[in-house]
Design a protein around this ligand. Sequence first.
Ligand SMILES: NC(=O)c1ccc[n+]([C@@H]2O[C@H](COP(=O)([O-])OP(=O)(O)OC[C@H]3O[C@@H](n4cnc5c(N)ncnc54)[C@H](O)[C@@H]3O)[C@@H](O)[C@H]2O)c1
Length: 433
Amino acid sequence: MNRRRFLTVAGAAVAAPAIIPSSALGRDGNVAPSERIVMGVVGWGMMGPGNTNAFLAQNDCQVVAACDLDSEHLKQAVGTVNNKYGNKDCKAYHDYRDMMARDDIDAVMLAVPDHCHALVAVEAAKRKKDIYGEKPLARTIAEQQAIVKAVRENGRIWQTGSWQRSVENFWKGAEIVRNGLIGKVKEVEVGLPSGHHDFAGTGDKRDVTEPPERLDYDFWIGPSKMMPYIEARVHMNWRWHYNTGGGQLLDWIGHHCDIAHWGLGFDDTGPYEIEGTGEFPPKDAVWNTCTKYRINLKYPKDVNMTIAGGHSDIRGGTKWIGTDGWVWVNRGGFDSSNQKFKEMSRLPDELRKVKLYKSNSHHRNFLDCVKSRKPTITPVETAHHSAVPGHLGLIAMLVERKIKWDADKEIIIGDDEASKLMSRSYRSPWELG
Ligand SMILES: NC(=O)c1ccc[n+]([C@@H]2O[C@H](COP(=O)([O-])OP(=O)(O)OC[C@H]3O[C@@H](n4cnc5c(N)ncnc54)[C@H](O)[C@@H]3O)[C@@H](O)[C@H]2O)c1
């Protein structure tokens, strides 16, 4: 019996309304504690606070635990939660496994660097938590497959941080395309950022130093190769080294390629041929991820996709080009060859033969699905398929040749060197699954 059911039954059996405050029963407009989704949050860096605050704003959700490997970040996380509820109930965790072991936690929010997505997410799924997990699904294709398997086998609800699907202009654009209103789609352009961005403001601090006491650096490196501590390679800027992240390409693939697939109806498939070229800093550079790239992908139904960063002919965002016109979407932007599409706030119902999933709030959608046990707007399989083209593009650039992908079997065909790059070895004692 799960915690909520237990409390419901126990509450009915005790039946002592006179001593139970109305707030506990939800009669003051609050949701009774027994009906709240109990959450734990992991990772308090750039994304963790925003996600957590979104959940704290929902009154049918109660955050009871926070976890981080940086004691300062952890203190901030716990403080934020306790401040919101006016109590001291939020429990602090250093090791996510201790938090996941709690039976009273129904769901978790994961906003940790890409290199530890798989370890944390698989543990959460095995511990029967529903999961709001960040994009891209993981650092490698094999790790993504492990997450998909664990989430499925354990019957978990998964929402990906690909929140653009819960925003009106992306939904409108994808519905126009899916309803054939720009004709047969031939080309899709996915424009992503290029270069590196110093999110943490570490500037020229590129020296090897001792890790600060507040951070458990060995744990932070986790399954990746141990590397000397350099501040510019840890918080936020981990995405610029392949040991921990995937550069701009993988940082953004789960946003604009995700939207491209949505419009195409390709949430459960992928490309079959991929080639690309990119500019890479030296392998031993502090930041070594690709700075400029152009990847061409062939998809079923004669669709060609270009994913590019740093090429001025590819506009940032997602652009579908069909036989009868085009539609482009980006954050805060919508454009089309058809003036009518620009003027309408949403597609009129008579044109919506295909109605795409509608969500007005990504975090709310997750909580609703935790309750209904229905799929979220970005379930785990969707996150997997949205990110695979980025992984394959990176692999094609690294082996410097065209690769072929079997999207059903999820294998690279006839290329051992490229196939090896679908996974990576784990530093002892870490093991996946
Ligand atoms: N959806 C979006 O729009 C969006 C935006 C930014 C980042 N992200 C994603 O969010 C995730 C986190 O990125 P970020 O920029 O917030 O990173 P960050 O480095 O700013 O924060 C990560 C936090 O996780 C902690 N951490 C690392 N390993 C941990 C572990 N094993 N257990 C517990 N805590 C651990 C770190 O100490 C740090 O506080 C990434 O997957 C990133 O791609 C999504």
